[in-house]
Design a protein around this ligand. Structure first.
Ligand SMILES: [Fe+2]
Length: 406
């Protein structure tokens, strides 16, 4: 890769890191249950409250529990339960109009990352009165948003702790982020019961998404002592709890710890960014419809190995933190132990490491991944399009000889 381009990327990342240090980052306060949430709404006089959710979640018993508690406490509310995965600009505009018409004073978003992202965008549009396309990018909201309680029903995206909302314009298939500290929820309600009935596939996929957030944030160049601490805590919690939850042997504490792991990873990556694993996984997800967490899980060991010596030190620190290797071992040995640990974890979680990708699309996929990661992601090695092509070839079924044998 051109050394001038690399220098441009590193300079851009350096200034963003300085900017991030100058910004005040609010941290969501943690609530444990719906009762806590209703008490906050009463105490702050923040109603009517708009409940943003999706169809499936709105049919769950815990959703009815929230509604009954609002009724019992005589808190007026409205519901907007139309969110789908990949919320779009039309839905956000509709939600913002509804929020304003009903004169809502707060929002409870209950669902996965898409629901929480949708609620963030609804509030940003409602509060600023701007067209959503004008909120695209960094620090375009710049306005205090109404009281916002995020209630995750999966343990993975970390959206309940982040400053970002990802929205798609379906007309031109343009997917983009709105990034502003104003979008960080005031409260994150982490109730373990809400993730206790998820399928094994969702548990595995979302858990590996959270692990990828934490690892990419920790090994990147924009970490701070705070993000490093959050990332390591998250990795440790995932290493101690994910398999029990996946195998159906979880205690209440295992579920709770996975919710905290996702939350800590969110706190870490919203300030320290993700990296090429996410850029590649977004391409694989977009072109081959592979679930985001699955694409991350399969890509993570490939990217870490490709970093080589540039990531040994940080990966060896992770290996030490979760006691994977002898303390006296060299950093490269410890780093490899951690990479192998991820591969074994993927195997135990039945996550495939090859996908049916279309080779004729690889160039386009690499271009997307390159554009997403550069100059933004402060990864140990700046990936070129060729690096991404190499990753897609390794993820493709064909490379493993499956085509010849089948
Ligand atoms: Fe992710």
């Amino acid at each position: 890769m051109n050394c001038f381009f690399k220098a441009y990327c590193r300079t851009y990342q350096f200034f963003l890191k300085i900017l991030a240090k100058c910004i005040k980052w609010p941290k969501p306060q943690i609530l444990n249950n719906f009762q806590d949430a209703t008490e906050i709404l009463k105490e702050k006089n923040a109603f009517p409250v708009l409940i943003v959710s999706g169809k499936t979640v709105s049919q769950q018993p815990f959703f009815n529990e929230l509604i009954s508690q609002l009724h019992d406490k005589k808190i007026p509310f409205e519901t907007f339960c139309e969110t789908t995965s990949d919320p779009d600009t039309v839905l956000v505009e509709k939600g913002a109009k509804f929020f304003k018409e009903k004169n809502c004073k707060s929002v409870i978003a209950i669902g996965g990352g898409s629901v929480i992202d949708c609620a963030k965008a609804i509030m940003a549009v409602a509060a600023t009165g701007k067209d959503i396309k004008n909120l695209r990018g960094i620090l375009k909201v710049r306005k205090k948003l109404p009281l916002f309680i995020a209630v995750p029903t999966t343990a993975g995206t970390g959206s309940e702790a982040t400053a970002a909302s990802v929205i798609i314009n379906r007309k031109n298939k343009d997917k983009y982020s709105i990034i502003d500290t104003a979008l960080i929820p005031s409260y994150a309600l982490l109730d373990f019961r809400l993730i206790s009935n998820l399928s094994q596939r969702i548990t595995a996929s979302s858990g590996m998404d959270a692990l990828t957030h934490a690892v990419e944030a920790y090994i990147g160049k924009s970490g701070t002592p705070f993000t490093d601490e959050c990332a390591l805590k998250s990795i440790k919690l995932i290493s101690e709890n994910l398999l029990s939850v996946y195998n159906g042997e979880a205690t209440d504490d295992n579920y709770k710890n996975m919710l905290y792991a996702s939350f800590y990873a969110g706190l870490a990556f919203t300030r320290a960014y993700v990296g090429p694993v996410h850029a590649a996984a977004h391409s694989v997800g977009g072109f081959a419809s592979v679930p985001h967490g699955v694409a991350c899980a399969a890509t993570l060991p490939l990217v870490l190995r490709k970093y080589g010596a540039k990531a040994y030190q940080k990966l060896s620190e992770i290996a030490d933190y979760i006691s994977l290797a002898e303390k006296s071992a060299l950093p490269d040995i410890k780093a490899e132990k951690f990479i192998q640990y991820i591969e074994e974890l993927n195997f135990k979680l039945d996550i495939e490491d090859k996908f049916k990708l279309n080779e004729s699309e690889f160039k386009q996929m690499a271009a997307h991944a390159f554009q997403e990661s550069n100059p933004l992601y402060p990864s140990p090695v700046i990936f070129s399009k060729k690096d991404y092509l190499d990753i897609f070839n390794k993820l493709n079924f064909k490379e493993a000889g499956f085509e010849k044998n089948s």
